[in-house]
Design a protein around this ligand. Structure first.
Ligand code: SF4
Length: 343
């Protein structure tokens, strides 16, 4: 019996034994209306996520990187339907979760897809003990009928994330930042999900604690056959933990590739500029990367540029880039890029 099954035997896995795509996101859009005036008329929209497509294989870690405001956190929240997507499809284990009603959402999505947030302080109720915080999802989803079994399960989960079960009656403020993030992970893990979306999960932590949490996530992935979407602005952490990496800019995916190719030879001009800012220990004979400083500010997602959204800052922009949006295409085996240089 697999450790995952031992953790919560009655859980049904939507991905089953299929080793293919667990998640298939097709043309996902999340536009927020801009309302103005006394009548609150809709006068525009913020295109936080705009026509994003990708897949995630069972057991892999997909990193999503980009500057603050690029839409990566909105993407994560839309996947789990904390926001209602404006358009597109999210196929999870083959089921389109964008059309599910609340009850089915609980069964198919909320148990199998969980989120770990950046700020454990904000995501943990300060008035509830650790035991109550972890008991709640079990109660809401009707998992295990008696309290004793639930308490045993909570104790097991606490040990799994490196916390002593004796702290079960403590409150969030009695834990350190790293311990609170372990609680956030325990809460995500308690329903034995298949996919965990970690949104800037280590960004608020000291570097030494970051390493401990990243190691914990990696251990849990092996032990419970988890699939991760790891959202972060930190290119070094994403490089460490991910199998493939997607780069977002102004609500769109600019590039998606296996991490070795992306970090060694970025194709998209935006990826090149992002990576040029990351200090690297160069191997003998490797290419020295020139620092690329982008001109201008990040445009507003409420008024993105026509054509290629990156054209106002791209050092290689051509006339075509101002009027024609590049397609997100496979430029090399397993490497997708949205740029006319590769179309
Ligand atoms: Fe630059 Fe044009 Fe490519 Fe956009 S499509 S990244 S503007 S070269």
């Amino acid at each position: 019996m697999s450790p995952a099954k031992r953790l919560l035997p009655q859980q049904e896995k939507v991905g089953g034994e299929n080793r293919g795509n667990l998640l298939d996101v097709q043309h996902l859009k999340m536009h927020f209306p801009i309302r103005t005036g006394i009548l609150q008329r809709t006068t525009g929209s913020v295109k936080a996520v705009d026509d994003v497509s990708f897949t995630v294989k069972k057991g892999e870690t997909l990193g999503i990187v980009g500057e603050s405001g690029c839409g990566k956190s909105t993407l994560g929240r839309s996947l789990i339907r904390l926001y209602e997507p404006t358009g597109g499809k999210i196929l999870f284990g083959g089921t389109d979760v964008t059309t599910l009603k609340e009850r089915e959402l609980g069964l198919v999505l909320r148990r199998n897809m969980q989120m770990v947030f950046q700020d454990p302080n904000a995501s943990l109720n300060p008035r509830k003990s650790l035991g109550s915080i972890l008991m709640e999802p079990l109660r809401v989803h009707g998992i295990m009928s008696n309290k004793e079994d639930r308490m045993d399960h909570i104790a097991e989960i606490l040990q799994t994330v490196g916390l002593h079960p004796a702290v079960i009656n403590n409150y969030p403020h009695e834990f350190s930042g790293g311990q609170r993030q372990r609680i956030g992970i325990a809460r995500a893990l308690i329903l034995n999900p298949e996919l965990i979306i970690a949104d800037e999960a280590v960004s608020a932590l000291d570097v030494s604690i970051q390493a401990q949490i990243v190691n914990l996530l990696e251990d849990l992935q092996k032990r419970f056959e988890l699939t991760y979407i790891f959202i972060s602005h930190d290119l070094s952490v994403v490089r460490h933990i991910s199998d493939r990496v997607g780069v977002m800019y102004l609500g769109k995916l600019m590039e998606l590739s296996d991490k070795e190719s992306l970090y060694e030879e970025p194709l998209h001009p935006y990826t090149q500029s992002l990576l040029s800012a990351v200090p690297v220990i160069r191997k003998k004979g490797s290419i020295k990367r020139e620092r690329i400083i982008l001109e201008g500010d990040l445009p507003s997602p409420a008024d993105p540029p026509e054509g290629c959204v990156f054209h106002t800052r791209c050092p290689y922009a051509m006339p075509q880039c101002k009027s024609e949006a590049p397609l997100f295409r496979e430029a090399a085996p397993g490497r997708h890029v949205a740029c006319h240089l590769f179309n």
